[in-house]
Design a protein around this ligand. Structure first.
Ligand code: SF4
Length: 238
């Protein structure tokens, strides 16, 4: 199955170079019926993609990872998105025995104490639920943009994700911040109000802060850590 999927990459990349995002997603849904999935964190990028999917009624499964530590504003935009598009975004939660043991043994804010603790928390609350959500699917649509980090500049529109055995489609890879925000406003798409307060990449509340002028996009995530260690494992290569 994996090698058959991998072989599709050149063909899909060619299609993506000439077709609109919604046409590419439509093609993916026809090629892999019931096996196209989109993960949203309700960022600007993810809201733009959700709009393409939901306003065109494309049969893509949409899910979010509720870590249990999200901002109230994120729950609010999640709720407004459900209402706006008359949909029900699927929620994935961590396995409660793992969270209970971690928090009991290490404490509720143990992620500040070491990179190991932080990665363990991210694994329990994000990576394991993500793997469960992706399992059995063929294509994972993401909101990654090249502008977000030097590592993401090397990505392609279509990639092979070895860890999750899935094709990854990054439709907004080459969009810049201005055009992403303009798209949100053009269609009156609900968005997270934290973006207006300097938050760029919005994850869990204890691990995300607003960034200052001139700071890197990822500076607001796990700001107490060394830059080279700042990924949560959702996007293994990036
Ligand atoms: Fe835990 Fe912070 Fe990772 Fe969220 S971002 S899963 S709170 S360490």
């Amino acid at each position: 199955m994996s090698s058959a999927l991998k072989e599709q990459l050149p063909k899909l990349s060619k299609i993506a170079s000439t077709q609109s995002i919604s046409d590419v997603i439509k093609h993916l849904c026809e090629e892999f019926p019931g096996k196209v999935i989109f993960s949203t964190s309700f960022s600007y990028e993810d809201q733009a993609i959700a709009h393409e999917i939901l306003s065109n009624k494309l049969p893509v499964k949409i899910f979010t990872l509720d870590t249990g530590r999200l901002f109230p504003e994120t729950y609010s935009v999640w709720s407004r998105t459900n209402e706006f598009y008359e949909t029900n975004i699927q929620a994935y939660y961590p396995q409660h025995p793992a969270v209970e043991e971690y928090v009991t043994v290490k404490g509720p804010n143990a992620f500040y104490a070491s990179v190991e603790n932080r990665k363990e928390c991210c694994h329990i609350r994000k990576v394991e639920p993500l793997q469960r959500a992706l399992k059995g699917n063929a294509v994972w649509i993401t909101g990654l943009r090249a502008e977000h980090s030097p590592e993401r500049k090397g990505l392609e529109l279509f990639e092979w994700d070895e860890t999750n055995n899935i094709i990854k489609y990054n439709p907004l890879l080459h969009w810049n911040t201005e055009e992403t925000i303009a798209f949100i406003h053009k269609f009156n798409i609900p968005y997270n109000p934290l973006h207006d307060k300097g938050f760029v990449s919005i994850g869990c509340a204890p691990c995300t802060r607003a960034i200052r002028a001139g700071e890197d996009f990822r500076a607001g995530r796990w700001w107490w850590e060394d830059n080279s260690k700042k990924e949560c494992g959702l996007h293994a290569k990036q």
